[in-house]
Design a protein around this ligand. Sequence first.
Ligand code: ZN
Length: 562
Amino acid sequence: MRILLILFLLFTSLSSAQSIYPTDYFRSPLDITLVAAGTFGELRSNHFHSGMDLKTQQRQGLNVYGTADGYVSRIKVSHFGYGKALYITHPNGYTTVYGHLQSFSKEIEAYVKKHQYEEESFEIQLFPNSEELLVEKGQIVAYSGNTGGSGGPHLHYEIRDNEERPINPLLFGLDIKDSTKPIITEVYAYPIGPDAHINKSKIKQKLRLIDNKDGSYSVENIEAYGKIGFAIATIDRQDLAANKNGVYNIQTRYNGDLCFELDFKRFSFSETKHLNRLIDYDLYKTKKQRLQKLFIEANNPLSIYNNNSNDGYIEVEDSTSSVYKVRVSDIENNDAWLQINIKGLKSNDVLPLEDNTTPHYIYQSQDEVLSEGRVKVNISSNTFYDDFFIEFKVEKDTLTLHKDIIPARKYFDISYDLNGYKTEDASKVYIARLVGWNDYPLYSNTKRKEGILTTSTKTLGKYALATDTIAPTITPKNFSKGKWLSKYRFLKIKIEDKGSGISNYRATLNGKWILTEYDYKTKTLTYDFNDAVSTETKNNLKLIVTDNVGNNSTFETMFYRK
Ligand SMILES: [Zn+2]
């Protein structure tokens, strides 16, 4: 009877969840077989993926279609993020988003360029009104590309509700073949309670995973006592590609009772950074493994959880035997199961936690100031999720502020007082985060005020002062001075800066501003002669590039064109 009831509840919750969204309203944004390079909710760096990444046959320039009637409500062009992105709002209240575009359709492209020339900026954000750029279902609105933070040609496709919350596009009937089960790749067990232990240890344990090759997994039996929790690394593949994508749903059961569930139906952008509370951030940073914790700690505002008893933790009693199961599924209900047999055994001979005490303790609910010499760190309340002992050390100009193994949910400030600092030119000094095995100084966005440099960051680790006295370099890629360029469609120029990096650039042709598109991946500026800024035969091109501490380079050349 009980099983029937559970089945009934499960069935009704599944069917009602899936029927909220219209499944035949939106067509496909592409006219090729859809292959997923990324799924909704997939774990990315500091965020959940908010749409589907659709493969474009390793090519750019594929037709991108408006997936339903509506109007263009927003256009954003940026160096990073979605690159060139289009937002279409539909009469049913949903908005579809198309990202990493190569270009827009003719009408939209002309609209964007007009505003780019008016504002003299490649990066732009526009909010056309509901009459300006109307779209019919199936109309070509753009061409697919690889712009912004995209690591290869693809279309990022998103569906948002009227509160700007992204929803899993697969709930709207987007057709992606998937009969492939998710796979589980790692399992960890965490002693949580003060007297809890697992395999005679208070330290989290990596469990040896046994893959039974039929979608079921087990681990070697464990001995445990007290309040404990688990975490898994898991991925899903679709049928037509080998890409490791995210899963849709994870459930856990303790002795048959559902005790934890999360799913990727919908989230809001304000919570996406709390991905770092879901994953074991330390393991991600130290071992590049994204373990999803199957329990909910304090200060976790994520809305992806349901059906939780005891926040996903289990209480193991002495002299018992129990079974913990994890079910991972994709949206087509292909699933994988993991079984963990637990022998309850209270041990008096337990390996204690490592001593990680330092002289500085962070209470997550309080403001904290750490300072030594010319360095000051300002941490406001609720910057971190937990209280912890922080490592704080200043040697000459190098600050060691713990390690990047604890996530921050807000920015904190690091400042350096440059008064009395001996250097050739204090205006060329910036704050750098030291990264990698060789402590490479990476520019950290630095503000200066009255001899004090400040950077706002969310990343713990090493920081130091660095100096950049070298101006950017400017190199024409496809032309040289004094040449006839009548047959050229594009001018391409490489710009680079060692040290602080490029802050801005400005190109003019015969004194008039020209639009140059900047692709940071190839460090290239591109001007399109179709913009027809000049009708002269003899043309003077001038380009000024400035780095983040104000060094600048000016490049001037001339060419002919008729
Ligand atoms: Zn994407």
